[in-house]
Write a protein that binds this ligand. Structure first.
Ligand code: NCD
Ligand code: ZN
Length: 344
């Protein structure tokens, strides 16, 4: 049995760091295991312009723990008013690594997202020209579409038409939750990739709803049936370069989650690497963990992999059930079983 595992330092290709006290409390957990992360722009108000991203990046850098060289890879939140020149300048200066598309109303803080896709076509065409990737929250918001079908319907109604209209646009379908999405990504030879979260490799919808409602397992896109969880595990552990880690670690305080209308999001930054080591070991794919966490993402984004290393060893990790923030406690995602890998 392997006792130690050394990987190139992982990156997180989809992360919510929030702002203020929450940022200061959660950032050290990502910075401890990840060298870089794609930073989601869904603050209130969102990070829309290059000026917003410059200011947010400075706040993140100021919140890094002493000695950390964690690199935030900034994104802009696409709105129907987004200025293509501002996006291009932010890309040219190295400020941003991607632009994020939220269908209006799809998830937490997405009210400023896109309702009319024809209004963002100019920006998308410019992004295709300059090779700037679009990260997509792939769910339709049509109230007539069942929440468990929103990802599959998004592929047909939005993603496929968008890719046909702007074929050279590089797209990351984020936090995929269905076999359909994994198959769709595999059906496209180049220019399309997907991130997979930690929690969607662990839970299915029964974990949320059977035997009492579990708000800490509620996230968007919502976890689907077991067959989909198994399809995601197969994709993540396959070594296929089109799939890579985006934790979607999305902290909310317990009072914000544990109420009649609770927030969506699982906080997985502290225990993602121990959970993933276990998932990959259970799937007989420990030798492919590094591709998923540390190689496939940089390759898609055209960045070098990290030249530092992270070592995991067999043993019980020391992970708190909750972390304290000045805004209140945040519960860490509970995989529901004891973990037996820890980061050294
Ligand atoms: C995210 C959040 O809380 O910002 N929530 C979630 O359930 N994943 C938003 C998102 O990525 O959809
Ligand atoms: Zn997210």
């Amino acid at each position: 049995m392997i006792q130690r595992l050394t990987l190139r330092t992982p990156d997180d290709w989809h992360l919510h760091l929030r702002d203020g006290a929450m940022l200061r409390a959660v950032l050290p957990h990502s910075a401890a295991h990840f060298a870089r992360a794609i930073i989601m722009p869904n603050l209130v108000p969102p990070v829309v312009t290059s000026a917003d991203a410059t200011a947010y990046r400075a706040r993140i850098l100021a919140a890094r723990p002493e000695g950390s060289d964690f690199t935030p890879l900034m994104t802009l939140y696409l709105t129907e008013e987004t200025d293509a020149d501002d996006v291009a300048a932010a890309h040219a200066s190295g400020l941003i690594t991607a632009v994020k598309l939220y269908p209006a109303g799809a998830t937490t803080n997405s009210a400023s997202g896109v309702a009319d896709f024809t209004r963002v076509r100019g920006v998308l065409e410019r992004m295709a020209e300059i090779g700037l990737p679009l990260c997509v929250h792939g769910e339709v918001t049509d109230p007539a579409v069942d929440i468990f079908d929103r990802e599959a319907v998004f592929i047909d109604r939005v993603l496929e038409p968008l890719r046909t209209r702007v074929p050279d646009l590089r797209v990351v379908m984020e936090h995929i939750t269905t076999a359909r999405a994994a198959d769709y990504v595999r059906s496209v030879p180049a220019g399309l990739a997907a991130t997979i979260t930690t929690h969607h490799l662990v839970i299915n919808r029964n974990h949320i709803l059977a035997g009492g409602i579990k708000p800490h397992y509620y996230c968007l896109p919502v976890a689907k049936r077991e067959e989909h969880r198994l399809a995601l595990r197969a994709a993540a552990t396959s070594g296929d370069a089109r799939f890579f880690l985006g934790t979607d670690s999305a902290p909310h305080t317990d009072p914000a989650k544990l109420q009649a209308c609770g927030c969506a999001g699982c906080f997985t930054a502290p225990n993602t690497m121990p959970i993933l080591a276990q998932v990959f070991e259970d799937e007989g794919a420990l030798d492919r963990l590094e591709a998923f966490t540390s190689l496939n993402g940089p390759a898609f984004y055209g960045l070098p992999p990290n030249d530092t290393q992270l070592t995991l060893e067999r043993g019980t990790p020391d992970i708190p059930a909750q972390i304290d923030t000045e805004d209140g406690p945040v519960t860490v995602f509970d995989p529901g079983y004891p973990l037996h890998w820890r980061v050294t």
